[in-house]
Design a protein around this ligand. Structure first.
Ligand code: IPM
Ligand code: MG
Length: 371
């Protein structure tokens, strides 16, 4: 069997720290579960900009196109805020999404039982919460043209972005969402703004059509995006899978993340079209950012990055048992009271640990569970 090719892009801030713990976890799977892989690593974001003058090099892009999976840490920081728009750290992420055609972004928001009190909502509203947001990731206003800032003369300007979706773009994202809903509670809520936007009306139309064609076993509902934002904080447990566009998905997934009260816990997967050999481009990253304020202090929470690797085991490497094992190890560590600073609430049964101690604890839990 050939080794899986994994590209490691640690990035900026706490990225390298959470990635290092994840790589230790990966080695455990290599040693104990026959998971064979080879890695290459590249700078990305501000780190790449400082070294090479670009947020991602052509070489790294070529590696990305060849990789079976990309593990991405985090990019950005105040230091690069004055860098020109196209060279900003975030541009690397947008380029990877677009050029690898990573059209489906999966953002699960799961409230781990031991962390139910970390939410800013009441425990009963979020206890047991398990929703999945599928955000379309390569279309809409993020990439639509025309875009830019026009000079209107006389010191006046006009900023332009275009929100556009084709039926094909809507369909492939919706298909992925329906397929994922089938593996869960088979409920899908499609979210747009068809009351104001033609692109939203088309979105609604295509999703209804696709549902009738081949997904009648999935319960489909529709919601306007503003109402969805409100419903997410009013009664989040009503949702199973939410399907939405790039911009609404950006916003709604931040709300969903806050429902769990622990951004440091949330993984994500961005998936592309299947290649002829059955693999597909895929990028896995924590939802949290680069947190420059705590970088370099061994204080970050590595669990979102580690859980992103669990998603890679599930969606890229077809190892659902290993994914479940890793998720269970994380649950156990939390149940044992281990907390990095971001999820610590000062409870008596809690033990405050560093980033590397958390990584070690996950490995110990893996050892115990695999016995
Ligand atoms: C996200 C982020 C990105 C986005 C930024 C960093 C470009 O907010 O992944 O949600 O807006 O998509
Ligand atoms: Mg965002």
């Amino acid at each position: 069997m050939t080794d899986h090719k994994i590209l490691i892009l640690p990035g900026d801030g706490i990225g390298p720290e959470v990635m290092a713990e994840t790589q230790r976890v990966m080695s455990w799977f290599a040693d104990h579960r026959n998971f064979s892989f080879e890695t290459t690593s590249h700078l990305v974001g501000g780190a790449s900009y400082d070294a090479h003058g670009v947020p991602i090099t052509e070489e790294a892009m070529e590696e990305a196109a060849r990789a079976d999976a990309i593990l991405f840490g985090a990019v950005g920081g105040e230091r690069w805020e004055t860098v020109p728009y196209e060279q900003r750290p975030e541009a690397a992420l947008l380029r990877l999404r677009k050029e690898l055609d990573l059209f489906a972004n999966l953002r699960p928001a799961l409230v781990q039982a031991p962390l139910a009190d970390a939410s800013s909502l009441k425990r009963e509203l979020v206890e047991g919460l398990d929703i999945l947001i599928l955000r379309e990731l390569t279309g809409g206003v993020y990439f639509g043209t025309p875009r830019g800032i026009e000079d209107l003369g006389g010191g006046k300007k006009r900023g332009v972005n275009t929100h556009a979706y084709t039926s094909d773009e809507i369909r492939r994202a919706a298909e992925m969402a329906f397929d994922l809903a089938r593996l869960r509670e088979a409920r899908l809520c499609s979210v747009e703004k068809r009351n104001v936007m033609e692109a939203g009306a088309l979105w609604h139309e295509e999703v209804v059509k696709l549902h009738a064609e081949k997904y009648t076993d999935v319960a489909l509902s529709h919601m306007l995006a503003d109402n969805c934002a409100m419903q997410l904080v009013r009664a989040p447990k009503q949702f199973d899978v939410i399907l939405t566009d790039n911009l609404f998905g950006d916003i709604l997934s931040d709300i969903a993340a806050q429902l769990t009260g622990s951004l440091g816990m949330l993984p994500s997967a961005s998936l592309g079209q299947r290649r002829k050999n059955g693999t597909r481009p895929a990028l896995y990253e924590p939802v949290h950012g680069s947190a420059p304020d705590i970088a370099g202090r061994d204080a970050a929470n590595p669990l979102a990055m580690i859980l992103s690797f669990a998603m890679a085991l599930r969606y890229s490497f077809e190892r659902p048992d290993d994914a479940a094992l890793l998720e269970e190890a994380v649950e156990r560590v939390l149940a044992d009271g281990l907390r990095t600073a971001d999820i610590a609430r000062g409870g008596k049964s809690e033990r405050l640990v560093s980033c590397s101690e958390m990584g070690s604890a996950v490995i110990d839990a893996l050892k115990a569970l695999a016995l």
